[in-house]
Design a protein around this ligand. Structure first.
Ligand code: TXA
Ligand code: MG
Length: 341
């Protein structure tokens, strides 16, 4: 299959209608969002959802997020919208925030991974919303990467994984946030964070009070334990290189590298630190600036593979605010291998 390229910078671009038609006819199109690129298809069609799983090589029990363009589209997708959910949509939509609610019958079980719940998000990216509106149906859109690899934050990275497997790709420039949306379930007695993202725990608690943070956000799932979010049990965001997180301050990090690094090894460090290190480095944002770290992390992981890195020693971000999302992704990229230095 030939993957058609679109360059769309404005929601008013006439090509939006063309992309909408491809999606309405059951096609798959990778689209930009403010978090990462998504692999979009009609969320209400089980067959289309099946094609998304196939293109990504994604396990069928890992449900897809359903994307809408306006709040009025939410009610039809879920059994009910609790008061807390409404307050959250007022605070964080459109934006990098996904809510899990009991699903309505119109959501096929292929989309919900066989669960009786559905994840819904309204993206902030104006081109993404215009495309959803033009499609005329809610769009399932997982990150547009091959399952297990780092999520793509540019159209070029999407093509590395998806060229020839999908009908189209919309290049809307690099993503602003860089890590996927925050996922919060409202189906538990106390709302529970399943995946940290651009909207922080502190911001959510300011709207609805105390929430729980699932154990799997910062820890490896115990063997045999059930995952609240199926995505938690799979290997994720991992480049081919072997990633190890080194927890400690810069001098201790540098000392450790001096003693342990070998040819083919790379540092994954913060901007400005690379000059003082004894090995080649790729950077992911500024120390103490989690928004820049989030923005850079996934592309940095892919760059390390471009350079055939064998072992990667990563600086450890502070797991606070948006930094919790950066830490969560890096920990998974490292298969939870952390060394205190
Ligand atoms: O920012 C984002 O959310 C991006 C962009 C493209 O919108 N999309 C995204 O989708 O990250 P995906 O499929 O890569 O991640 C969805 C995550 C998975 O970890 C999945 O297990 C979880 O959300 N999820 C989806 N529906 C769920 C449900 N009903 N219950 C529990 N977890 C769910
Ligand atoms: Mg993903």
């Amino acid at each position: 299959m030939q993957t058609k390229r679109f360059q769309i910078e404005s929601p008013n671009d006439p090509q939006v209608e063309q992309v909408g038609r491809i999606l309405a006819c059951g096609g798959l199109v990778a689209i930009p969002t403010e978090t990462v690129y998504g692999l979009a298809g009609n969320a209400l069609c089980g067959e289309v959802a099946g094609r998304i799983f196939k293109a990504k090589g994604r396990p069928g029990d890992n449900p897809l997020i359903v994307h809408i363009s306006a709040l009025s589209e939410l009610a039809a997708l879920v059994k009910e919208v609790p008061a807390a959910a409404l307050r959250l949509t007022e605070a964080f939509w459109p934006g990098p925030f996904t809510m899990i609610l009991k699903k309505a019958d119109c959501i096929p079980s292929a989309t919900s991974g066989g669960l009786d719940t559905v994840a819904v998000r309204m993206p902030a990216h104006p081109v993404a919303r215009a495309i959803i509106k033009a499609a005329g149906v809610p769009l399932a859109a997982p990150s547009a990467n091959t399952s297990g690899l780092p999520s793509p934050t540019t159209a070029a990275r999407v093509l590395e994984d998806m060229d020839g497997k999908i009908e189209g790709i919309v290049d809307g420039g690099p993503c602003e946030v860089g890590v996927e949306s925050t996922v919060l379930t409202l189906t538990t007695p106390v709302p529970r964070l399943l995946r940290p993202g651009g909207v922080t725990v502190e911001q959510i608690e300011a709207v609805i009070g105390k929430i729980d943070v699932d154990d799997a956000v910062c820890h490896r799932l115990k063997p045999g334990a059930a995952a609240a979010s199926p995505g938690m049990k799979y290997k994720h965001y991992a480049p081919n290189a072997h990633v190890i997180v080194l927890k400690g301050e810069l001098p201790a990090y540098r000392d450790y590298l001096s003693k342990h690094c070998a040819p083919g090894d790379f540092a994954l460090c913060f901007e400005g630190e690379e000059a003082s290190l004894p090995l080649p480095a790729v950077t992911f944002g500024r120390s103490g600036d989690p928004a820049t770290q989030a923005c850079r992390l996934f592309d940095a992981l892919r760059q390390l593979d471009d350079q055939n890195a064998v072992t990667v020693y990563a600086r450890c971000p502070k797991a606070q605010g948006v930094g919790l999302a950066v830490y969560n992704r890096l920990l998974r990229a490292a298969g939870f291998e952390v060394i205190d230095v």
